[in-house]
Design a protein around this ligand. Structure first.
Ligand code: GDP
Ligand code: MG
Length: 163
């Protein structure tokens, strides 16, 4: 079976956008109706001749902060169980948040390889926003713009190295 890459991160960091870009087609289902649970969505990706399954862990993104955090934790735990490599996505425009640190703690406990993508770095002169995220202790941190598709090559090179 193919290696599994799970995209984990708090709401709105760009998980579905990067998922769609890697999938090369608009597979992630955007469900606007409140109360509808969006389950994890799978697709098949390929990079440098290596095929893999990709999971978008997006889900319920409403309710209070506690509910949101519980949901992220649950989704992350499911994804972590299945994943060979975790793509931990954060938002370079928002900077590091308490929720990011919470997710980081979970991921450290998993003992799975984690690659950090700092998304929304839309301009090369904004790259310095990545440095704070080194504190999370996952090693290299990759600036990307899921919107423009920049930086994703280096990120994917690293991910497929870890299979
Ligand atoms: P998710 O909740 O983590 O799945 O995030 P989405 O993929 O739904 O993206 C949340 C918002 O961030 C949307 O408005 C996207 O258009 C926007 N977004 C995603 N990637 C980028 C990016 O690289 N740059 C900028 N400026 N916005 C982005
Ligand atoms: Mg999403």
């Amino acid at each position: 079976s193919l290696p599994v890459v799970a995209i984990v991160g708090r709401p709105n960091v760009g998980k579905s956008t990067i998922f769609n870009r890697i999938a090369g087609e608009r597979i992630a289902i955007v469900e606007d109706k409140p109360g509808i649970t969006r389950d994890r969505i799978y697709c098949r990706g390929e990079w440098n001749g290596r095929s893999f399954h990709l999971i978008d862990t997006g889900g319920l993104e409403f309710g209070g902060d506690d509910e949101m955090l519980d949901h992220i934790r649950h989704q992350a735990e499911l994804a972590i169980e299945e994943a060979h490599v975790i793509l931990f996505l954060v938002d370079g425009q928002a900077g590091m948040t308490a929720t990011d640190e919470e997710v980081a703690r979970l991921l450290h406990r998993s003992n799975k390889p984690v690659v950090v993508g700092v998304n929304k770095v839309d301009h090369p002169n904004h790259r310095e926003v990545i440095y704070d995220f080194y504190q999370m202790g996952f090693g290299d941190v990759f600036p990307i713009s899921a919107l423009h598709g920049t930086g994703t090559g280096d990120l994917l090179d690293r991910i497929v190295e870890l299979f």
